[in-house]
Structure formats: structure tokens, C-alpha cells
Design a protein. Structure first.
Length: 369
């Protein structure tokens, strides 16, 4: 087991204790602690990673190589800053139980992985009679594939990566507001006792911000001069700027002074939003669907997908494509624009109209050649 942390540490030759970064690691049953007052957290992580690597290199080279348990320990050190590390730990524990922590990586073959996947597909979700969803089956498999690729490409302790086939997942749920639905929702928000609800929903509809990004917004991230919202803490971990539409600028400018600290006085709008959805008689609609609504309308009004990707903060364009679905009404209007009957001038499709006209119809000569 390996752990990087900060603790009080009595340095050699000193009586007082000071905070120091370091690590505790257990290797082959022997527990080792190492702390330095001059270390940062990054220094401790790097030193621990080197120590684990040296231990692996000092071991006699065998065909088996490192075990899954050892690979998991190293992965957790390398990925210590990953936001979803808690979820990764849960899946890694599951993988150790499924394949065995002492199993050498080289023995985790495509055949064993295929058997594991088949067993998972035949399992039932806990407490239900439903089979496990494809996404539930895929998450540990994706993590295992990433772990094995690290072992092969970066750590150089695995000769080859076995093929891992993921299950095809159904397209994610997409729900957006039709214009009349939006009017009903905004009317219901205006009647809410929570005075922050209407401006929050308005800004969400006009920016596509995630709920956490929006509710965690502070005034120092709102640049009224440049007309942008600067986001520092995002799901992807990357900073981005979202330009304000006029409705956003007007909404934020109209909020009560002073414009300091958190933008929204209400810490949560969950219950108020649910009541507004009920009052507006909307079915199957959630706060995140405001983001779907923004993205769908952006595309329907001619916005480019690469620009939408930057606005939404997606790492890949493939994720943005999920939000590019167009409403049936919009598709019908676009189809009518290319209808052959409506595209040809009346004079060309109505012989009587041609007979009444003494002027040649422009373009007829080209069509009859």
C-alpha cells in the first residue's frame, strides 16, 4: 500500500515538529516512511514513483512481470491528481477481485478478459432483475485497458496489450425545450419563491454552462467589460471563456449589488427548479437539459460545431456531436428548402403561365439543352 500525505514530522537534530510532505509505502511486508520539510506534494509523489520503479527493476526478471496489484499501486501514484480517482479506486478493487491481485499482468489475456465480460453481461444489477447496463460493464474494462497500455507504453513492463472489446452503448439521453415549453418554464420560474431561479435558468439557457459551473460562479469570474464568463474549475480541468449574449449580460447586470463573492445568493435551486418543471407541466426534464437546449438551438441557428465544442468545454468533437441533434420541425423545414417542386420557378412548372407571358423565361434555354 502506498500513500502520499502531509504530517507533522520531527526532523533529525530538532526538538520541534514541523509539517512535511512525504509518503508511506509497504513493499513485500516492509513498511517505509520518508518525509522531507523541503518537499512539495509533487516531490513526494515523484520520489515514491521512482522508489516503486526501482523496486520493480531490482526484482529478478521473469516472464510473468509485475502483478495486477503492483500495477494498481503504481497507477494510483501516477494518477494521484485525477478528479475521478475515487471512482477509479472502486473499479480497480473490483478488477483485483475479478482477476486476482497476485495475477501477473502478462496472464491477463484477451481470452480471460472476454470471459470476464461475458460473465458481467450475464449478471443482474444489485437488487433488481435487470441486466447490467453496457456502461456499467464498460467502465472497469476501459480502466483495465488504460492500465495495461500504461504498463506497456510507459512503464515497459508488459510486452503487449491484449485486445479488449467494449460493449456498444446506447446514445445518451437528449432532451431540449421547444419554444412554447421554454415560455412555460420561464413563467413558472418567475413565480418561484426562490428569486435566484429565473436568472439562473435564463443564464443556463443562454450559455450552456453545467449546473456546477453556473452555481459555483463568483463575480471575479464575470468580466462585464469584455462580456465573458471565465471558468477556472471545469469538468475537463481546462480553463475556458464563455461569451455573454445580451440576455446574459442584462440578467447579470440586474442582480442586486454588491457584485462580490458568489453570484447566486441561493446555494441550491434544486427543489425550486423541480417545482417550476412541475408547474410548467414538462415531462422528463432535468436541469442539465437546459445545456442540451442551448447546444441544439446553437446548431439549428447555424453555429459551427468546433466553436460549440469550445463553448461547452468538451475534450473531443465526438462529445459535442451528441448535442447537435436537431428538432424534427427544423429538419422538416430544411427538407422543404431542397424540395424540387418548390425550388423550380412557377413559370417552369405551369404551362399556362408560360403561354400568358410574352417574355422568355430566364433559364429555360439552359434546361432544354
Amino acid at each position: 500500500m502506498a500513500e502520499v500525505n502531509q504530517r507533522e514530522w520531527k526532523l533529525p537534530g530538532q526538538r520541534t515538529r514541523r509539517l512535511a510532505w512525504g509518503f508511506t509505502v509497504t513493499i513485500e511486508g516492509k513498511r517505509t516512511r520518508q518525509y522531507r520539510s523541503e518537499w512539495t506534494k509533487e516531490d513526494a509523489e515523484q520520489t515514491l514513483a521512482k522508489k516503486l520503479l526501482n523496486v520493480e527493476q531490482e526484482k529478478p526478471k521473469t516472464e510473468a512481470g509485475i502483478t495486477l496489484g503492483q500495477a494498481v499501486e503504481r497507477y494510483l501514484v501516477v494518477k494521484a491528481r485525477k478528479k475521478s480517482l475515487v471512482e477509479d479506486k472502486r473499479n480497480l478493487e473490483h478488477l483485483k477481485l475479478a482477476f486476482g491481485a497476485d495475477t501477473p499482468l502478462s496472464q491477463i489475456t484477451a481470452g480471460r478478459i472476454s470471459e470476464y465480460r461475458a460473465q458481467r453481461l450475464g449478471s443482474k444489477a444489485k437488487g433488481t432483475e435487470h441486466s447490467l447496463a453496457a456502461a456499467t460493464v464498460n467502465r472497469p474494462l476501459s480502466l483495465l485497458r488504460h492500465l495495461l497500455r500504461l504498463a506497456h507504453e510507459e512503464w515497459e513492463v508488459l510486452a503487449a496489450v491484449p485486445k479488449i472489446r467494449l460493449e456498444k452503448e446506447p446514445q445518451g439521453r437528449i432532451r431540449w425545450l421547444e419554444p412554447e415549453e421554454e415560455m412555460r418554464l420561464l413563467d413558472a420560474c418567475a413565480k418561484s419563491f426562490n428569486k435566484s431561479l429565473l436568472p439562473v435558468v435564463t443564464v443556463a439557457l443562454e450559455t450552456g454552462l453545467r449546473k456546477g459551473e453556473l452555481l459555483g460562479l463568483t463575480w471575479d469570474r464575470v468580466d462585464m467589460t469584455r462580456g465573458v464568463i471565465r471558468l477556472e474549475i471545469t469538468k475537463s480541468g481546462k480553463r475556458r471563456e464563455v461569451p455573454m449574449r445580451q440576455a446574459v449580460y442584462t440578467t447579470l447586470a440586474g442582480l442586486p449589488e454588491p457584485h462580490e463573492g458568489r453570484v447566486w445568493l441561493a446555494g441550491s435551486v434544486r427543489k425550486a427548479f423541480e417545482n417550476a418543471v412541475t408547474g410548467a407541466k414538462l415531462e422528463d426534464f432535468h436541469f442539465h437539459d437546459l445545456r442540451h437546449t442551448f447546444a441544439s438551438r446553437y446548431v439549428m441557428r447555424g453555429g459551427s460545431l468546433p466553436a460549440l465544442q469550445q463553448i461547452l468545454g468538451h475534450a473531443t468533437l465526438a462529445m459535442t456531436m451528441r448535442y447537435s441533434h436537431l428538432s424534427p420541425r427544423h429538419l422538416r423545414d430544411e427538407m422543404e428548402k431542397t424540395d424540387t417542386a418548390s425550388a423550380v420557378p412557377t413559370e417552369l412548372t405551369n404551362p399556362r403561365a408560360q403561354a400568358r407571358s410574352h417574355e422568355p423565361v430566364e433559364g429555360v434555354a439552359l434546361l432544354t439543352k
